[in-house]
Ligand binder design. Sequence first.
Ligand SMILES: *Cc1c(COP(=O)(O)O)cnc(C)c1O
Length: 240
Amino acid sequence: MTTIANNLQQLHARIARACAAAGRDTHSVALLAVSKTFGPEAVREAAQTGQRAFGENYLQEAVEKIALLRTPASWEPPLQWHCIGPVQSNKTRLVAEYFDWMHTVDRLKIAQRLSEQRPAHLPPLQVCIQVNIDGSSSKSGVAPTEALALAQAIATLPRLQLRGLMAIPEPAPDFHAQYAIHMAVRELFDQIKASGSTGLEQWDTLSLGMTADLEAAILAGSTLVRVGSGIFGERHYPAA
Ligand SMILES: *Cc1c(COP(=O)(O)O)cnc(C)c1O
């Protein structure tokens, strides 16, 4: 077994344990394999174990990988690509054309452009709103108090399907601190759902938790954990 296949197997066991501890069905949590900085070979190795959903942060790198792995269509069902990095408004077209999911929408202008630019032959782009849950100044994400209004506005856009919330909390010192911050996202998620606004029929996704904090995220209700180093190993960023 390759290292990646072995890591994936251990990770599935880890997710299953976290679900059991939370009293949740294992199938209620999906795994997004974050392949940023790793090449197409690494994605191929993961795909051969059955992994289908991959997350990318850097558009140029992602687009090359996606194009390369699209032909021939060797995997059924096909790979699913999630954009989880910040995107400037002049780069939205690449997201609209190449990705299945976009997790980091934090303002209406980005959402409007994605909707306008989504090619007609593709299904609607699946969208999560990124929320800046801990108020960190360095990070993108909408303020929690503005999330409902943004959700209601995005819900009217024809070529987007609004699915839920995403957050990247600052690293917390222990499990309880991780859990508390994830629960703040969960509560916001529930409040928006309870608003009964139109266009929230598929409000079902809480994109929360990474390698270091997925147990706390699952206990708080995450439905999609985004794991990179726990699958592919340590990342080496090219020198800026
Ligand atoms: C890189 C990244 C991840 C994966 O982080 P790991 O700690 O390697 O699991 C998850 N989510 C986002 C938004 C990321 O940028």
